[in-house]
Design a protein around this ligand. Structure first.
Ligand code: BGC
Length: 739
């Protein structure tokens, strides 16, 4: 439709139809337990007619169901306007890929884009139109369960990943097959919730908000994200969903964002829980004034807007603007010309788990896994040795992680034991489970209540003991032990904040027993977040952090263990030494008692080091690299100029490899305190054994910009230090002057 036709349609809609467009329904409205349209769910308090006028729905999964709802909807809607089907497709649809946090560790935006594209291809024929992804909240506190959905602690890296994901989902034309609309979330700064508490509160200065927390949302908006989701949290006491300054002054007016803004689940209603509105009407007023277009699964617009318009507190122009944005979104998706938009059960079955997606899923495992330690080059394993594979994840088929869609696959994932045995049938390997994933003594209190699904805990103390004994017996005679341990696959994502970030006690008990009899331990660690692995790391020779790698986890991990692929990921969230260090991130500000000044009066703790166990950017691979001398093309840099940074890197190891070269800067003196180091560039380079390559970066004064006390985005003259190295711990630098 042309814009003119859209406006004509808008003008032709009744007031009730307009309000309907702004309403997002829950899929529960349509489906009873048997999966057949059963009419209105009585809980929702809407009439059949009101349901028929609603603009979108969340959580209807399966092409047949979607077709049924859409056909019914078009038939019953007074103007036959199709609805939009939305779902959280966070790391794959039928093909589950590594979690977003893992993906960010690839330092490879192209990979993130490909994964988003393959997710869109699978979801499109299944009838879905919008995914609630990417989540670009900056995450610096491992206690928060949702860190697995983001790209970690750094604004620069996170922005690159945000852009890549949007482009991957949406392609260049949203009306084409194989695309879905992106919805960047949660605006804003949800990742900063105090102490990682789920649905907690945030308080940040506007300067920090702009400097560190907003850039990744902006990158997604600039890349064309068709939607943006508000956040549950309040910032400084102002709930995001009613934050006019954030949603209008910054998002709409400054950034020029013209896509549709949707709330998080029920988050207009929850302004009441925040204690800032007394009823639905007040909540609706705040959200409408903040130009929020779609209300997800609460009914404040529905209940509050008619009265607000009648009293003149909300104008018809405001309503029309919001409705037009919804119609524009439908138009971008091609729904007016193509209301069933490629929904095709047969084709969906064909594309789900297609070869390209499955190959990508396997390739992604080594690109996203981070080798944190590899003493004596114990990895890759030597096939001729006697190897014991021990731990619950040896036998686990589900290595998907949180927010994964487990019921849309047609290929069953395999486990590590199966894949090792198939690949190496003749070898002298043994396998022991050693323990369940969770014991009866774990401090997980709320899971069952929240999810409506249960976790299994090993309650039988004798069985627990016997499994450990069998594992110890196997470990005693093995040359090397591969321990596959970690967090439970479902305890990550929303509602999975933790006050303890250790691996489950039952597995730690197993680990300690095995470590007491064998020193050659390789840990394959599964996690949603950085865990406290200080003791585990001390007692093992290698730690291969695989996060949750998805449907091809077993194949990808076995490839890495035996050297058919090399891990090349780098940490995008620091691993704390202990939970007491959280939040922790590399780009700290210098302080009054900065540790750079040699003194006992230094910032930090008296019982723990200041730095994390493993820092941002860290990660090894199966070869080594030597960095040459850093060169800057000039000593001064001014407006309109560029400066070239170059460095030679040599592969001094025994095999070809991929290095992730990282460039950081430090602005030593500025009108506000600037971080000790900030990432400003990265490159992945393949370097053959014995080969040297020159890696170049370009810097401009814009790379040194920051928000000053007046909230102006500026660069100031003065010395800038440049660091290039394999991780954020690099100390050698060269300086130039901004003039
Ligand atoms: C989450 C969002 C999600 C939405 C829809 C909310 O509870 O915070 O991230 O997209 O539900 O499932």
């Amino acid at each position: 439709m042309t814009e003119k036709q859209l406006i004509e349609l808008l003008n032709d809609l009744s007031f009730e139809e307009k309000i309907g467009e702004l309403q997002q329904l829950s899929g529960r409205v349509y489906f009873g337990d048997d999966g057949i349209i059963t009419g209105v769910d009585s809980n929702e308090n809407l009439t059949e007619q009101e349901v028929n006028r609603s603009g979108s729905v969340i959580n209807v999964v399966g092409p047949d169901k979607i077709l049924k709802v859409q056909k019914n909807h078009i038939k019953n809607h007074p103007h036959h306007i199709p609805m939009i089907f939305m779902l959280d497709i966070i790391h794959g649809f039928g093909t589950s890929f590594p979690t977003p946090l893992a993906q960010s560790c690839s330092f490879d935006p192209e990979l993130v884009k490909e994964i988003a594209h393959e997710s869109a291809v699978e979801a499109c024929n299944a009838g879905l139109h919008v995914t609630f992804s990417p989540m670009v909240d900056i995450c610096r506190d491992a206690r928060w369960g949702r860190v697995m959905e983001g790209s970690g602690e750094d604004p620069y890296l996170s922005s690159k990943m945000a852009e890549a994901a949007v482009l991957g989902y949406q392609g260049d034309d949203l009306s084409k097959e194989g695309t879905i609309a992106a919805c960047v979330k949660h605006f804003a700064a949800y990742g900063m919730v105090e102490a990682g508490r789920e649905y907690g509160t945030v308080d940040t200065s506007e300067r920090f908000l702009r400097q560190y927390y907003l850039p990744s949302y902006k990158a997604a908006c600039d890349a064309g994200s068709a939607l943006l989701m508000t956040a549950f949290n309040a910032n400084g006491g102002v709930p995001s969903t009613g934050d006019k300054h954030l949603l209008v002054d910054i998002l709409r007016d400054e950034w020029g964002y013209n896509g549709a803004v949707i709330t998080d689940y029920g988050s207009i209603r929850s302004m009441y829980s925040h204690g800032v509105t007394k009823n639905a009407k007040e909540s609706a007023k705040l959200a409408m004034d903040a130009q929020v277009d779609i209300e997800m699964c609460s009914y404040c617009y529905h209940n509050g807007l008619p009265e607000l318009v009648k009293t003149g507190e909300i104008s018809m122009e405001q309503i029309d603007r919001a409705v037009l944005r919804v119609l524009q979104l439908k138009n971008k998706l091609g729904l007016f010309e193509n209301p069933y938009r490629f929904t095709d059960a047969k084709k969906s079955l064909e594309v789900i788990n297609n070869k390209t997606a499955m190959d990508l899923a396997q390739k992604a495992v080594s690109k996203t896994s981070v080798l944190l330690k590899n003493e004596d080059k114990i990895l890759p394993l030597k096939k001729e040795e006697k190897i014991a594979f021990i731990g619950p994840y040896v036998y686990e088929n589900d290595m998907y992680g949180g927010w994964s869609i487990r019921n849309q696959r047609k290929v069953e994932p395999r486990n590590i034991e199966t894949v090792v045995k198939e690949k190496y049938p003749q070898n002298e390997f043994v396998f022991e489970q050693g323990s369940e994933l969770l014991g009866a003594d774990e401090p997980i209190l709320k899971y069952d209540r929240a999810r409506g699904s249960t976790l299994e805990f090993e309650a039988d103390a004798t069985a627990r003991k016997q499994k450990i004994e069998k594992a110890v017996k196997a470990a005693k005679t093995a040359d090397t032990v591969v321990m596959c341990i970690g967090e439970h696959t479902k305890v990550g994502g929303e509602l999975a904040a933790k006050a303890y970030i250790d691996i489950p006690k039952i597995q730690k008990e197993l680990f300690d027993a095995v470590a007491a009899v064998n020193k050659n331990i390789v840990v394959v660690l599964f996690d949603h977040r950085p865990l406290d692995i200080t003791d585990i790391s001390k007692k093992s020779k290698a730690v291969l952090n695989v996060w949750f790698p998805g449907i091809k986890a077993a194949e990808g991990i076995v490839d890495m263990l035996f050297g058919d692929a090399a891990p090349t990921g780098r940490l995008t969230m620091s691993f704390p030494y202990t939970v007491g260090q959280c939040p922790i991130y590399y780009s700290q500000l210098p302080t009054d008692h900065s540790p750079v000044i040699e003194s006992v009066y230094a910032t930090g703790y008296i019982d723990c080091q200041l730095t994390p166990l493993y820092s941002f950017g860290e990660g090894l691979t199966y070869t080594d690299f030597e960095y040459g001398e850093l060169k800057l093309s000039k000593e001064t840099l001014s407006q309109g100029e560029t400066l070239t940074v170059s460095i030679d890197i040599k592969n001094i190891g025994e095999r070809d490899g991929v290095e992730t070269v990282q460039l950081y800067i430090r602005d030593i003196f500025a009108s506000v305190s600037r971080p000790l180091k900030e990432l400003k560039g990265f490159k992945k380079v393949e370097i053959h054994k014995g080969e040297t390559v020159t890696v170049e970066f370009t810097l401009t004064p814009e790379d040194c910009m920051f928000y000053n006390t007046q909230l102006e985005y500026v660069w100031e003259p003065g010395e800038i230090q440049v660091f290039v190295g394999p991780n954020s711990k690099i100390e050698k630098f060269k300086s130039f002057e901004l003039v």
